[in-house]
Design a protein around this ligand. Structure first.
Ligand SMILES: [Zn+2]
Length: 313
């Protein structure tokens, strides 16, 4: 495979460290099977992992085809009301995927709002919502549902004097070319006392150490940064955010998908199909394995984490 079709750039550690990179792994796009090989390097000073060289802001669109799977299941659904018992079971099995601090509804912004499913959920709780979305199709879909959505990257968008109480970004920070300026910008748009809630894959987890280039959440080359609790905290602090907590999500899905990649490479396709399974089988499997996910999360070893950071009063 070659990178001849897509323009790449090499960038230093965004936290301003002097150059001291060590190569950690080489991988490729396993989600869409698009061409190119990419290295992940670790900054020898701060430990931040990044994809380098990487596609440029102008060329990265090549790796976001219209059927890019993370966009597909975020459309606004209507009539998803569930009964009391169902809701109680759901709360027991909460994966902590989108937990936010207890706040009075105010103004919120979602970075990477896709087709607006979460905007819809928050609007129904009384929040005044708006979003930023890179994909024009997804952004159009969210606007059709009635929401104010800016199309473009966080880096390219300027909001006029904003007074945000809450900013969320679910699995988006790792996609940004300049995450430090990104979270600085969000800091400018936030009110004193406002919260920034971000979820990212956890490259400090056992999953990463076990699977490396086969780790499902590595997602090369779309993920330009691969954070650990320590490097995520460092980045947010440099932008003026005060990190209040990091929660580890109770999910083993990336563990199973990583195992699927491994079995695929070994040619063990029947076992792979059994492990990765159909989506309907998966839900049952995850419920069954929930106690293990809970335990792994307790020790900070699952593939995803959520950080709550506050803009000091
Ligand atoms: Zn560094």
């Amino acid at each position: 495979m070659t990178n001849s079709t897509v323009e790449l750039e090499s960038k230093p550690c965004p936290l301003g460290c002097s150059p001291a990179d060590e190569k950690v792994l080489t991988g490729y796009d396993r989600i869409n099977d698009l061409p190119g090989e990419f290295d992940v390097v670790r900054c020898g000073n701060c430990g931040l992992l990044r994809t380098n060289p990487r596609p440029t802001p102008a060329s990265i669109g090549f790796y976001y085809p219209d059927d890019y799977s993370p966009y597909l299941d975020t459309r606004v659904m209507s009539g998803s009301g569930s009964g009391g018992l169902k809701r109680w079971i759901k709360s027991l099995l909460d994966t902590k995927a989108q937990t936010i601090p207890k706040l009075q509804p105010g103004e919120m912004l979602e970075v990477g709002c896709a087709s607006g499913n979460y905007l819809d959920k928050m609007a129904s709780k009384g929040w005044q919502v708006k979003g930023i979305e890179f994909s024009p199709q997804a952004a159009a879909s969210a606007r059709e549902a009635g929401y104010q959505v800016y199309t473009g990257s966080l880096e390219s968008i300027e909001l006029e004097s904003s007074e945000l109480d809450l900013i969320t970004g679910w699995m988006v920070l790792e996609h940004l070319h300049d995450p430090l300026n990104g979270v600085k910008k969000l800091h400018d748009w936030a009110k004193p006392g406002a919260y920034l809630v971000l979820s990212v894959p956890n490259a400090g987890s056992l999953e990463f150490k076990l699977f490396l280039s086969r780790w499902y959440a590595l997602h090369l080359p779309n993920h330009l940064y691969h954070f650990t609790p320590k490097t995520l905290t460092k980045l947010l602090r440099q932008a003026g955010w005060q990190v209040e907590s990091i929660q580890h999500q109770r999910v083993l899905s990336s563990l199973f998908s990583s195992l699927g990649y491994l079995l695929q490479e070994r040619g063990w396709h029947r076992l792979e199909r059994w492990v990765v399974g159909r989506p309907s089988d998966k839900v049952r499997l995850y419920q069954l394995l929930y106690p293990f996910a809970w335990l792994a999360a307790l020790f900070g070893q699952t593939g995803r984490m959520t950080v709550w950071a506050k803009k000091p009063d």
